[in-house]
Design a protein around this ligand. Structure first.
Ligand SMILES: [Zn+2]
Length: 143
């Protein structure tokens, strides 16, 4: 099983001596990647986070998606517990779409220009689906 690959800002990569080996998934690029790949996050799911480096390589690190039930805003509820030993540099895969364009999780329409802001209650103007539905933990939902 291959883990989904989702953007995170590696400026926030924890140092080897940090006790807290966590990276948030609240970046705009993270939301765009999750929506485009139609990934519904689950607590405990394996996930690979990446960022581009100055060279022609991407940085990647593997981890486990975690849900913070006490987060006030669903956009900030998810983080990744990273496994620092898996850090690596890889050739960037081809991207069919800029990673900063948000698409609808449900119907795939490009939401650029259709929305002025995005929060937990934002709905797609085309299909009416919740734009950030993929952030709602589907715990107990095995489908
Ligand atoms: Zn839609």
């Amino acid at each position: 099983m291959s883990a989904p690959r989702v953007y995170a800002d590696f400026n926030d990569l924890p140092g080897p001596t940090d006790s807290d080996q966590r990276m948030r998934l609240s970046y705009w690029g993270s939301l765009c990647d999750l929506a485009r790949q139609r990934i519904r996050l689950r607590d405990g799911m394996p996930i690979t986070v990446y960022d581009s480096s100055d060279g022609d390589e991407d940085m990647e690190v593997d981890g486990i998606a975690r849900y913070n039930v006490s987060a006030a805003d669903i956009r900030f509820a998810w983080y990744v517990e990273i496994e620092p030993a898996t850090f690596r540099r890889v050739a960037p895969p081809m991207r069919e779409l800029a990673s900063t364009i948000l698409t609808c999780f449900h119907c795939g329409v490009h939401l650029d220009g259709l929305l002025t802001s995005v929060d937990a209650s934002t709905r797609c103007p085309r299909c009416g689906g919740g734009v950030l539905d993929f952030l709602h933990s589907s715990e107990g939902d095995l489908a």
